[in-house]
Design a binder for this molecule. Structure first.
Ligand code: NAD
Ligand code: LMR
Length: 337
């Protein structure tokens, strides 16, 4: 009996220390917000996370105390701007998720958030360049088409930009696309994968419905394309001035963070997710960042997938997305200079 329990405890210890070696510190910046709280909850359940580090300019101690009672293996710490809390929050982070900044109200575009969120993202990038330059950075703050270039330019100025580790989070667009198509076709969403390329706002969101292998009428194509491009507005309208998507975004953000963790510390191969990353795909048109599926590996972005075969309908959508993206990216770059 005694011997058996010793064997059990050694085996348990061994398997604990093996997985412990793979675990990592994950920081959430904007952790007390509408996205930050449910996202942090989902990350508290992630077995790859050893230390969940929560940073916000307000209310983080309460959120951290609350989450710290959940009996999963990670430690939780909460940090505010007081005493330069961002340093402790970011130091040695393996992955940093950033949902900091203001959300839309009805009638606003994501670009209308630029004036407030651009400086928030720039300041977070400045701190990140100093305290955790080698981390993987997941940018949720809108307008993503501009905040990713701002983050990149700020890291470049500090001499620490790694394009393989900067990701604009566009996962919500594929999550929505899968759900909306499955509703129209009466399918289980888990069997419906929709490739969405471009950026994360209005016409820059380009669903490639032809690549699903499903047949659509012209009416279905028009309606689905519009719904996928403007799905965010449905939530903004329904929330009626109190914010934008938070719960579905937390779900999407946790999925993307988990994919990066699985590829970078979990040893999983062939992890594919869409992301808005530095990309050559439309570089000839002056578009430096573009979202397509990417394969994630131990160092971050390992391979950027080609757009693949597209229909004339989709070519037309891409032709509208590219100039808008170019403008959004240039605006972000100019701000960071
Ligand atoms: N990428 C996407 O698909 C996607 C989806 C939904 C929302 N968003 C964007 O995410 C952002 C956050 O949305 P939300 O609904 O959580 O907003 P929210 O207002 O509920 O929360 C934002 C949090 O950021 C914090 N914050 C502000 N300045 C900060 C700073 N300098 N450092 C740290 N934290 C700071 C605030 O205190 C707040 O707690 C918005 O810009 C929104 O448009 C993006
Ligand atoms: O619509 C918004 O402003 C938030 C987010 O970008 C979304 O797609 O839901």
């Amino acid at each position: 009996m005694f011997a058996a329990s010793r064997v059990f405890s050694t085996a348990a210890k061994r398997s604990f220390s093996t997985s412990a070696a793979n675990l990592s510190k994950v920081a959430v910046v904007g952790a007390a917000g509408g996205i930050g709280q449910p996202l942090s909850l989902l990350l508290k359940e992630n077995p790859h996370v050893t230390h969940l580090s929560l940073y916000d300019i307000v209310n983080t101690p309460g959120v951290a105390a609350d989450l710290s009672h959940i009996n999963t293996n990670s430690k939780v710490t909460g940090h505010t701007a007081e005493n330069n809390g961002i340093e402790a929050a970011l130091k040695d982070a393996h992955l940093v998720v950033i949902p900091a900044g203001v959300p839309r109200k009805p009638g606003m575009t994501r670009d209308d958030l630029f004036n407030t969120n651009a400086s928030i993202v720039r300041d977070i990038a400045t701190a990140a360049a100093k305290h955790c330059p080698n981390a993987h950075f997941l940018i949720i703050s809108n307008p993503v088409n501009s905040t990713v270039p701002i983050f990149a330019e700020t890291m470049k100025k500090a001499g620490v930009f790694n394009p393989k580790r900067l990701y604009g989070v566009t996962t919500l667009d594929v999550v929505r696309a899968s759900r909306f198509v499955s509703e129209v076709k009466s399918l289980d969403p888990k069997d419906v994968n929709v490739t969405v390329i471009g950026g994360h706002s209005g016409v820059t969101i380009v669903p490639l419905l032809s690549q699903t292998g499903l047949e659509f009428t012209k009416e279905e194509l028009d309606a689905l394309t519009h719904r996928i491009q403007f799905g965010g507005d449905e939530v903004v309208q329904a929330k009626n001035g109190t914010g934008s998507a938070t719960l579905s975004m937390a779900f999407a953000g946790a999925r993307f963070a988990n994919s990066v963790l699985e590829a970078t510390v979990g040893g999983k191969k062939n992890v594919v997710e869409p992301s808005f990353v530095q990309s050559d795909i439309f570089a000839a048109e002056g578009v430096e960042y573009f979202s397509t599926n990417v394969t994630l590996g131990p160092e971050g972005v390992e391979k950027i997938h080609a757009v693949g075969q597209v229909t004339d309908y989709e070519k037309e959508l891409i032709s509208k997305a590219v100039p808008e993206l170019k403008k959004n990216i240039a605006k972000g770059n100019a701000f960071a200079q």
